[in-house]
Design a protein around this ligand. Sequence first.
Ligand code: BES
Ligand code: MN
Ligand code: ZN
Length: 503
Amino acid sequence: MQVRYVDTPPQSHTTKLLACAVTQGSTASIVELAALDDALGGAITRAFASGDMKGRKSDEALLYGADAGADAGGAGPRRVLLLGIGKAEEVDVETVRRMAGRAVRAAERLGVDHVSVSLDGLGKLGDEARAQAAAEGAALAAWRFRELKKADEEEPATDVGSVDLVGAGDSDALSAGAVAGAILARAENFARTLQSRPGNLATPSHLAAEAERMAGAMALEVTVFDEARMAAEGMHAILAVSRGSEEEARLIVLRYQGGKKDEAPLILVGKGLTFDAGGISIKPAAGMESMKFDMSGGAAVIGAMQAITELGVKANVVGIVPSSENLPSGTAVKPGDVIQTLAGKTVEVINTDAEGRLILADALTYGARMQPAAMVDCATLTGGVVVALGHHAIGLLGNDEELLVELLEAGERTGQRCWQLPLWDEYRKQLDSTTADLQNIGGREASSITAACFLAEFVGDARWAHLDIAGTAYGDGGLPYQRKGAYGLPTRLLVEWVRSRTR
Ligand code: BES
Ligand code: MN
Ligand code: ZN
């Protein structure tokens, strides 16, 4: 997907399709639309007069340029799509992302492979912010996963391959926003592609190979531990989860040096469980196929490291992805087994389906030993977070209030919103074990919180936060820039958080 800012007034920008935002209550005579209305011979005025276009969030009107004929050579848009975006005072960057996503969906319906998006009429948003949001929304919307499916011969789908952003403003800021948005969307789309690959293809070694390929292209430092190396390090929690599998586990470490030499790093950790059958505590068959998405956190960390490198962020950042399968077999870890961890704490495995916290335990310990400035993990960790928050909020927990606020704010700005749950001491005793230092589950009540309590035991004295993305990393494709399946979340959130630390 090519995204660029073109410094041309919308009415003289030649394009197959130009999308323009309309806020509720605006008229065709407002400055943002007047020149375009003239160029269209008053078509916008007529759309308003008909009452079809009121600027409500669901309003859409497709208009045709006066010279829209096949051989027409004049400058200006051939088609103009007015998109209602609701009340002017409520317009934010997420409004722009969705609007650009709608523009791409309309292009797909029309069979048009290019779309232009006007950045005018978006209220008081800054130039860089609205260009970035439009680039993100358009490039995210255009993505699809078609590696494993033949194209429809009768009706081949249209791929939107390029997006031009147009409109008034500081052209340097608008161009910078377009470039950043394209980088962020490409990284999130990379995460979506990794998520979408099924467990038989996206194994731990596949994830590692993809991380190595990406790092090679970016000149990013990458290290991959195999099981022998993990055993030598003492990472017995990851190894315990992986014991039931033929596929070997991997620990992927990506190192980016954008800050001063000995500046403490920011660490991103992502759960890379490539298929979660539950192990001996096997899951029910219905819906088990969606457990290929149990590596969503790992995919987001790999994607985020790509974007951070491409953006040249001025910080040191380390990405850590523990990756394994969780399968039942004669060699698998069993309920009641007590395992060692890298931190030295013993864990009684009551339920082998609570495996994410085990592989994360060793990864967090490994990260904490790097003395990070802060460490954030993301994981499809608990079904409980779906019960608590549904599909619209990431569960956020951690041990440092300032860090939590940083993440809440980054979530608002990226449209990958978080909601805090308490990590009070009182919950910790649900993990008391009679046999080991702690057990891996804390019962039905507050299961997302006790899962986070478990992780907290392995972060040493690091400032740390945890994002439970079990309800938000994939789904039925509710937004214009999503499709059914992988969402790539929280790739943009992680990058925005890292960038926010350098502003
Ligand atoms: N990967 C699952 C969590 C999950 C559930 C992700 C639904 C996406 C959608 C995790 O490994 C798991 O199985 N968690 C269990 C833990 C329980 C056994 C304590 C859960 O939350 O049900
Ligand atoms: Mn599980
Ligand atoms: Zn899992």
